[in-house]
Design a protein around this ligand. Structure first.
Ligand code: URA
Ligand code: CA
Length: 439
């Protein structure tokens, strides 16, 4: 086999076999196939697309390109959840204990934040003492004993995806649905998932800006799941504004706690998406017969405090200060809180999630580069959401600011955060939260 022949075949619209795709991926990881040939192939895929069989073959070749996590020692159906790059997306912190309290094991590997999006591992590290690294044995033992463990991605997981994603980033081939779908699914499969619930974000702050593209991506991922024997459900949810009201690590832990504590009126959108994703997880995990029964079960776990107690036990098992569950004030807090005033009176018509994520990154809540250090205490708390009435000068949001941010930098963050809000005369139509479910 020669790479050039496979590039030509794809260029001319032919379908590659599983063996041919594996030859490309294995050759790329070993260094036998150079970047310039993989980029030509990726561009051919960008224009020609891939069949469902090709996409599944690519997914498995990437999933098996490095270490894979063996969860066979964990009892039950392992259902993983993945969100495609949100802002203020605190779903994992709520879902992990919530779903575990309803009897579905959560054995999750998560990542750190980069750019304007956050990562669950950074958020968990905002809890004093929390350890994000466990040995494989300790990880499976904790899931069997408690029903939940969340650890940092370790080892050499899907090196083919890392290489190919890096290449796509600099060759204008990121925006290919089969390449995105196989990239995401390969990581879930390598992490040991039996079944997968996907939260595909759509809209301004999301990777996929239109509902049609989001549905196409969701369908591609559900099709991969069917081809490789992992039941997959995709929920398409709006990123027309950040999902929760907090952006920043300790602030998001606080918000997750207020949801788990059942505090009335907080974070209705975050709760709704958690109930939807969690209910699909329960159904796939065999812990509920129907979506409606699963939702009722999850509501009951929140109302009874069982989900909150599961959170405390989970934190404690990983060395963290479980007293935060009852006393969120034990979490790190920023030195200063600075309001972002509304420029005029009216209604909040739009909130650019990506810009608020960037503003939070500038405060030190996120990383501009992989090597940057972050401040777990800082970030943004939104006080207004789309549809809310504001008076001129009334705070739209508050910035939680650390010592590292000087006055000039702070003024820029205030401007960025303020510009993220569009205030208009007429009350806007509320954007939908859940657009579609693809099964
Ligand atoms: N997220 C991924 O993990 N992979 C892609 O290709 C795009 C977004
Ligand atoms: Ca992603």
């Amino acid at each position: 086999m020669r790479a050039v022949d496979l590039i030509q075949a794809k260029r001319d619209g032919a379908e590659l076999s599983e063996a041919e795709i594996r030859f490309l991926i294995d050759g790329y990881v070993s260094g036998a196939i150079p970047d310039y040939q993989m980029s030509a192939w990726a561009m051919a895929v960008y224009f020609r697309g891939m069949t469902a069989a090709e996409t599944a073959a690519l997914t498995l070749a990437m999933a098996e390109s490095g270490d894979t996590v063996d969860l066979s020692a964990v009892r039950g159906v392992k259902v993983d959840k993945h969100s495609t790059g949100g802002v203020g997306d605190t779903t994992t912190l709520v879902l992990a204990p919530l779903v575990a309290s309803a009897g579905v094991p959560v054995a999750k590997m998560s990542g750190r934040g980069l750019g304007h999006t956050g990562g669950t591992i950074d958020k968990l590290e905002a809890i004093p003492g929390f350890r994000v690294e466990l040995t494989q044995d300790a990880f499976t033992a904790q899931v069997n004993a408690l029903g939940v463990a969340v650890i940092s991605q370790s080892g050499n997981i899907t090196p083919a995806d890392k290489l190919l994603y890096g290449l796509r980033d600099v060759t204008a081939t990121v925006e290919s649905i089969p390449l995105i779908a196989s990239s995401i699914m390969s990581k879930k499969i390598a992490a040991g998932a039996d079944a997968i619930v996907l939260d595909v974000k759509t809209g301004g702050g999301a990777f996929m800006k239109t509902i049609d593209d989001s549905i196409a991506l969701a369908r591609a991922m559900v099709a991969i799941g069917a081809e490789v024997g992992r039941r997959t459900v995709a929920v398409i949810s709006g990123m027309d504004q950040p999902l929760g009201n907090s952006i920043g690590n300790a602030l998001e832990v606080r918000e997750a706690l207020s949801v788990l504590r059942g505090e009335p009126g907080v974070s209705p959108d975050l709760i709704e998406v958690c109930l939807a994703l969690g209910a699909h997880m329960l159904v796939l995990g065999g812990a509920a017969d129907s979506y409606d029964a699963a939702r009722a079960e999850l509501r009951e776990k929140l109302a009874s405090g069982e989900a909150l107690r599961k959170f405390a036990a989970f934190v404690s098992a990983q060395g963290g200060d479980s007293a935060v569950a009852d006393e969120p004030s034990r979490l790190p807090a920023a030195a200063r809180v600075v309001p972002v005033p509304a420029p005029r009176a009216g209604y909040v018509g739009a909130i650019r999630a990506e810009d608020l994520g960037t503003a939070a990154m500038w405060l030190g809540a996120g990383r501009a580069t992989k090597e940057a250090t972050i401040d777990l205490a800082v970030g943004i708390r939104m006080l207004k959401r789309i549809g809310d009435r504001v008076e001129a000068g009334e705070p739209l949001a508050e910035l939680h600011v650390g010592d590292a941010t000087g006055e000039a930098a702070l003024a820029e963050v205030v401007r960025k955060a303020s510009d993220a809000y569009a205030v208009q005369d007429a009350p806007p139509a509320k954007p939908p939260l859940i657009y579609a479910v693809v099964t």
